[in-house]
Write a protein that binds this ligand. Structure first.
Ligand code: G3P
Length: 217
C-alpha cells in the first residue's frame, strides 16, 4: 500500500520522506488554510520535494471553472494530481482533465456508486473519506471493501486512496482490505510505530542492561 501524507506542512513531509515513508502528498483547501501559505508556493515546494503524485484541489463548483483551475494547478509541477469533488460537475471535469493526460483525484466520496462513476469518468484516484463516515456511525472501512470489490469485478484501474484516516488502526484496515493508497496526517503514520509491549520490553531490557555495568561504545 502506498503512503500519501495528508498535509501541507513541509517540515512534516520532509521528516517522513527522509525515512522513505512518502509515496505522495494530498492537500485540500482546509490544509492549505492550516499551513498559512500561498497555495501555489507551498504546492510547488512539495512537488519539488516529493516525486510522487501531489494532490492540489480546485475550488470552483462548476465544471468549466474546475477545468480552468485544474489546468492552472497542473502548471505547478508534472506530478500534480488535480483534485475535484465528487459532484456531477466534478465528474465532467475529471473526464476532460484525464483526457488531457493529467492525473485526477476525485475527492469527497462517500458511496460505492460515487466511486463507480469516478472510475467510469477515468479518475486516477478515488478518495473515500472513512473518518467522516465513522463520525456519523457508518463504518468507513465497509466502503473501502465495497469499492475494492466493485473495482476488482470490472478491472478498473482507478486507485483507491483511503482518506480522512484518523488512526493507525485505519491504516491497518485499509492495508488488509487492499486499498491501493492511504493518505494520513503525519502523526497517524508515526503512531503506527507505537506498541505498549515494545515500550514495556524496552524498559525491561534497559533495566537489565544497566545491571550488567557494560557499555557497547
Ligand atoms: O484526506 C482527506 C482529509 O484531509 C480529511 O480528513 O479528518 O478532515 O475528515 P478529516
Amino acid at each position: 500500500m502506498k503512503f500519501f501524507v495528508d498535509t501541507a506542512d513541509i517540515d512534516a513531509i520532509r521528516e517522513l520522506h527522509e525515512l522513505g515513508m512518502v509515496d505522495g502528498v494530498t492537500t485540500n483547501p482546509s490544509l492549505i488554510m492550516k499551513s498559512g501559505r500561498d497555495i501555489k508556493e507551498v504546492t510547488k515546494e512539495i512537488c519539488e520535494l516529493i516525486p510522487g503524485p501531489v494532490s492540489a484541489e480546485t475550488v470552483a463548483l462548476d465544471a468549466e471553472g474546475m477545468i480552468a483551475e485544474g489546468r492552472e494547478l497542473a502548471k505547478i509541477g508534472d506530478n500534480i494530481a488535480i483534485k475535484v469533488p465528487l459532484t456531477w460537475a466534478g465528474l465532467q471535469a475529471c473526464k476532460v482533465l484525464t483526457g488531457e493526460g493529467r492525473m485526477v483525484n476525485v475527492t469527497l466520496c462517500f458511496s460505492a456508486n460515487q466511486a463507480l462513476l469516478a472510475a467510469k469518468a477515468g479518475a486516477t484516484f478515488i478518495s473515500p473519506f472513512v473518518g467522516r463516515l465513522d463520525d456519523i456511525n457508518i463504518d468507513g472501512m465497509d466502503l473501502i471493501a465495497e469499492i475494492r470489490q466493485v473495482y476488482d469485478n470490472y478491472d478498473f484501474s482507478t486507485e483507491i486512496l483511503t482518506a480522512s484516516i484518523r488512526s493507525a488502526n485505519h491504516m491497518k484496515e485499509a492495508a488488509l482490505i487492499g486499498a491501493d493508497v492511504a493518505t494520513a496526517p503525519p502523526n497517524v503514520i508515526k503512531a503506527m510505530a507505537n506498541h505498549v509491549l515494545t515500550d514495556k520490553g524496552l524498559d525491561a531490557f534497559m533495566a537489565d542492561w544497566a545491571k550488567t555495568g557494560q557499555s557497547i561504545i
